[in-house]
Design a protein around this ligand. Structure first.
Ligand code: UDX
Ligand code: ADP
Length: 463
């Protein structure tokens, strides 16, 4: 079967960029991205592609090229499902906030809604592709809904997890390490797998396209994220030991990273990992292991999260301790709020938790982030429900330039590794601050010696 029409349900961080790249690389395929959120679709259709709702380097150019040609953004979910041969499900799967598995399991209500909607609308055979990260065996649930509530048409369910990282989404999509497609081992399943392989083969070489059974594909995604997060928690654990012993964690990371069996990536000590995937996927893995009675497996992976929470708390404690055990009414400047550089995404960002701790200590937080609005910062804090909306409103000041954000503050903390931070006039910033001027570098991106020679009391992670 040759695919000519694709629909993607969910115009978020995964669906939007992925479909934009498919449309750019496959001009013969009509790609329609749908979402229930009208504002989000309106933003994707903004005549000026610099205003699209997701910031990713290179994305607005791709959208400008393909949009209106073979890439469409729409709220007409049913029409798009009806027309497409292949439907990607790319809706959010947050950690459950209620009921069984609260705080651990993935909430599949959005996925189920999609399956029911596809079942209702489809009048011809369809391939349904899971793109969101899902617990193992979700495909089975989707299939059961489709087969039992559908109009008697045949559905093939494929798992095709996305490995892109935010901030590098476009290059990751254009140049993936691998594409993973899981499907049934029946002739119909294999035909569906091949149809999707052919879509990717328009720009990815076939030896990088891996096909497996559905369960292996689903579990591989959780495993990849768990391994990556585990490396960060491992180096963060060593960072605390380094601080006590006089070793330097950057030197340790370099030394171990040169061992080809270990490799240099994902060994950067930090204030803690954030993002929508790592914590959610590990919690999910822990929940699955527990549900099979595998308590040691569950405990093993849970430790990665425990270490990450400890690292965030340790960072805020260190600020309080260093500032003579009180930050009440002191102005503390955050440079960065996003969970990593080159994205406007703030989900699970360490900044949120560090701010929450410091506001509990009655500090005033002043923030500058090149891509995050004050409303987003407030929404992140309000979501924690630690205090009233009004109190959060009073505790957070946002600035649109770093120099104003730092003026008159007692301490600066770097929460995101934005490149521009290294290029600031640090002397000018120092001169405008309360003395002694403290600098807590949660990302180890600044030059300690240079800053100390200006006069800063500089504290990085793990040194
Ligand atoms: C991750 C996976 O990398 C990606 O494959 C998957 O599809 C989704 O989850 P993402 O969350 O976008 O991607 O970003 P990633 O680059 O993995 O960073 C996650 C967090 O770890 C960030 O907060 C980052 O700052 C932190 N990190 C990363 C470190 O603290 N140290 C490192 O060495 C690497
Ligand atoms: P991700 O990071 O996984 O892409 P996002 O939250 O950025 O997650 O995007 C998911 C999108 O899916 C949201 O824009 C949301 O409105 C959309 N969505 C959720 N459920 C449905 C549904 N049943 N039909 C259409 N869109 C949906």
């Amino acid at each position: 079967m040759e695919v000519t029409k694709i629909c993607c349900i969910g115009a978020g961080y995964v669906g939007g960029p992925t479909m934009a790249v498919i449309a750019q690389k496959c001009p013969h395929i009509q790609v329609t991205v749908v979402d229930l959120n009208e504002q989000r679709i309106k933003d994707w259709n903004d005549p000026d592609t610099n205003n699209i709702p997701i910031y990713e380097p290179g994305l607005s150019e791709i959208v400008a090229e393909a949009r209106g040609r073979n890439l469409f953004f729409s709220t007409e979910v049913e029409k798009a499902i009806d027309e497409a041969q292949v439907i990607f499900i790319s809706v959010n799967t947050p950690t459950k906030t209620y009921g069984k598995g609260k705080g651990m399991a993935a909430d599949l209500k959005y996925i189920e809604l999609c399956a029911r909607q596809i079942a209702k609308v489809a009048k011809e055979n369809k391939i349904v592709v899971e793109k969101s990260t899902l617990p193992v065996r979700t495909a089975e649930a989707i299939k059961s809904i489709l087969d039992n509530t559908g109009n008697g048409v045949q559905f093939q369910i494929l798992s095709n997890p996305e490995f892109l990282a935010e901030g590098t989404a476009v290059t990751d999509l254009l140049n993936p390490d691998r594409i993973l497609i899981g499907g049934d081992t029946t002739p119909e399943g294999e035909a569906a797998i091949n149809a999707l392989v052919d879509v990717y083969a328009n720009w990815v070489s076939k030896d990088k396209i891996l096909t497996t059974n559905v369960w292996s594909s689903e579990l591989s995604k959780l495993t990849a994220n768990a391994f990556l997060a585990q490396r960060i928690s491992s180096i963060n654990a060593m960072s605390e030991l380094c601080e006590k012993t006089g070793a330097d964690v950057n030197e340790v990371a370099k030394a171990i990273g040169m061992d080809t069996r270990i490799g240099p990536k994902f060994l950067k000590a930090s204030v803690g990992f954030g993002g929508s995937c790592f914590q959610k996927d590990i919690l999910n893995l822990v929940y699955i292991a527990k549900s099979y009675g595998l308590n040691e497996v569950a405990d093993y992976w849970e430790q990665v999260i425990i270490m990450n929470d400890h690292q965030k708390r340790r960072f805020s404690n260190k600020i309080v301790q260093t500032l003579y055990n009180t930050v009440a009414d002191k102005k503390i400047t955050f440079l960065g709020w996003a969970f990593k550089k080159d994205t406007n995404d703030t989900r699970e960002s360490a900044a949120i938790y560090v701010a929450d701790d410091l506001i509990n200590e009655q500090a005033k937080i002043s923030v500058y982030d090149p891509k995050v609005s004050r409303n987003k910062m407030l929404a992140d804090l309000n979501y924690l429900e630690s205090r009233s909306v009004e109190e959060n409103n009073n505790a957070i000041l946002a600035f649109d330039n770093p120099y104003d954000a730092c003026k008159g503050s007692h301490a600066i903390s770097i929460l995101t590794e934005w490149d521009e931070f290294t290029a600031y006039d640090w002397q000018k910033i120092y001169d405008s601050m309360h003395k002694p001027a403290f600098l807590f570098d949660g990302r180890n991106i600044l030059n300690a010696k240079e800053l100390e020679s200006i006069g800063f009391v500089y504290k990085g992670i793990g040194s």
